[in-house]
Design a protein around this ligand. Structure first.
Ligand code: ATP
Length: 395
């Protein structure tokens, strides 16, 4: 993994210099935003924020309104001044600390390394769609012909080729935001900052744009720092999520970490209404092969009830299977539809198989455990009905 952006102990305060200086000791003492404001007149934007954003990942800052998400995001291109701490932006072998870098380095960061998408589309209404998408390239001095080719390719990606010569104000909100996306993806910038880009849109269009973002990302592999106050959105698009409260990051983790292991009541409240089936995979709920019961002579029980067992060779490949004492076949969860009914089946999944698919397989096989295989078809663990229930009710 290569780091794209690193925040180290970042404090951001709003106020005059005297207020900020008075506030820093209170920040160190862990004082709340309200106390800091009452005592010093400074507003705490964020405090002690540590976060590493890896190249090519979507890292989401999530939290209630006022929790400091935008404030932290805007430190990356110095739209907000950092009072203390470091923000390092990497671009290939080049790197700069945004907090202390020269004006020239800051210009490079803003022009070449980091592009931004705002909630309020920020399109120029008197320019056409194509001119809007090409705006950043124009500022960077790209010749018109090259620019046009690049812009048309980007518009194609967001399915807006036919709208290239319309004016921005002639488009609906969802289309305008797609132009915003195209503009950000059109720049050379490897890092995109997205501040609630979809929150002004109605739910259906929003879902569609999230899918489009994921599709674009699949192809273009940018590093994206994304602000959202919507946990479903964060879980859907984030490779990593940081939950913020009162200016501080209270938990950072993969979506399934957040859902399975919330670190405090604030995070627990957030996830209370999330459907765990939308994030969990077979990997998150399986029991490791080392924790399964040996059944002797190369056999191993998949479940505590001893309904299902596999015989394994020295390479952990399955050579025989039994279900309720009768010979069984072992088949992939992805094959559920096509199989004849006549023989007992034990389904297997891989690490990334959605938990929902695992549950369907259990249902199909009268609650038989589901096996987990690695890419080389080796047996690595099993999922019993109790493992599924525990994950779903989070106990
Ligand atoms: N330019 C500013 N001047 C003064 N205070 C500010 C400024 N920008 C942000 N703040 C304050 O910093 C705190 C964090 O705000 P921020 O906008 O980062 O929150 P957020 O989590 O992004 O919320 P939202 O989703 O409502 O934008 C708030 O108390 C806000 O009032």
């Amino acid at each position: 993994m290569t780091t794209a952006v690193e925040f180290q102990k970042v404090d951001i305060l709003f106020g005059d210099d005297r207020q900020k200086a008075a506030a820093l000791p209170l920040v160190d003492a862990g004082a709340s935003r309200a106390d800091i404001l009452a005592e010093t007149g400074a507003v705490l934007g964020c405090a002690g924020c540590d976060l590493t954003v890896e190249r090519g990942e979507i890292s989401v800052l999530m939290g209630l309104s006022g929790s400091g998400k935008s404030t932290l995001l805007r430190a990356v291109n110095r739209l907000n001044t950092v009072a203390r701490g470091d923000v390092t932006v990497h671009d290939g072998d080049w790197q700069a600390n945004v907090v202390t870098c020269s004006e020239a380095e800051l210009r490079k960061i803003r022009r070449e390394c980091v592009a931004m998408v705002f909630q309020q589309f920020a399109l120029l209404p008197w320019r056409t769609v194509a001119e809007n998408v090409g705006f950043g390239l124009e500022l960077a001095g790209m010749p018109a012909k090259e620019r046009r080719a690049r812009v048309m390719a980007q518009l194609e990606l967001v399915h807006l080729s036919d709208w290239a010569d319309k004016y921005a104000h002639e488009l609906s909100g969802g289309m305008q935001q797609r132009v915003g996306l195209a503009r950000a993806f059109a720049t050379q910038a490897p890092i995109l900052l997205m501040d609630e880009p979809f929150s002004a849109l109605d739910p259906l269009i929003r879902t569609k744009l999230q899918d489009e973002l994921l599709e674009l990302q699949e192809r273009l592999k940018k590093t994206i720092l994304f602000v959202s106050h919507d946990l479903e959105e964060a879980l859907k698009i984030g490779n990593r999520i940081s939950i913020m409260e009162g200016g501080r990051i209270v938990q950072t983790g993969a979506p399934e970490d957040i859902v399975l292991r919330p670190e405090n009541d604030y995070v627990r409240d957030f996830i209370a209404n999330v459907n765990p089936l939308s994030v969990l995979t077979a990997w998150n709920v399986m029991r490791d092969v080392r924790d399964l019961e040996n059944a002797g002579e190369g056999w191993m029980w998949l479940d505590r009830r001893r309904t299902t067992r596999f015989k394994l060779d020295a390479n952990m490949l399955v050579v025989d299977a039994e279900r309720n004492g009768a010979p069984a076949i072992w088949v992939s969860c992805d094959n559920m539809e096509k199989l004849p009914e006549d023989r007992p089946k034990v389904y297997w999944a891989t690490a990334g198989t959605p938990l929902k698919t695992v549950m369907q397989a259990m249902h199909q096989s009268q609650t038989a455990p589901v096996a987990l295989f690695d890419e080389a078809s080796r047996f690595v663990g099993a999922i019993g009905i109790r493992d599924v229930l525990r994950a779903v009710i989070r106990r």
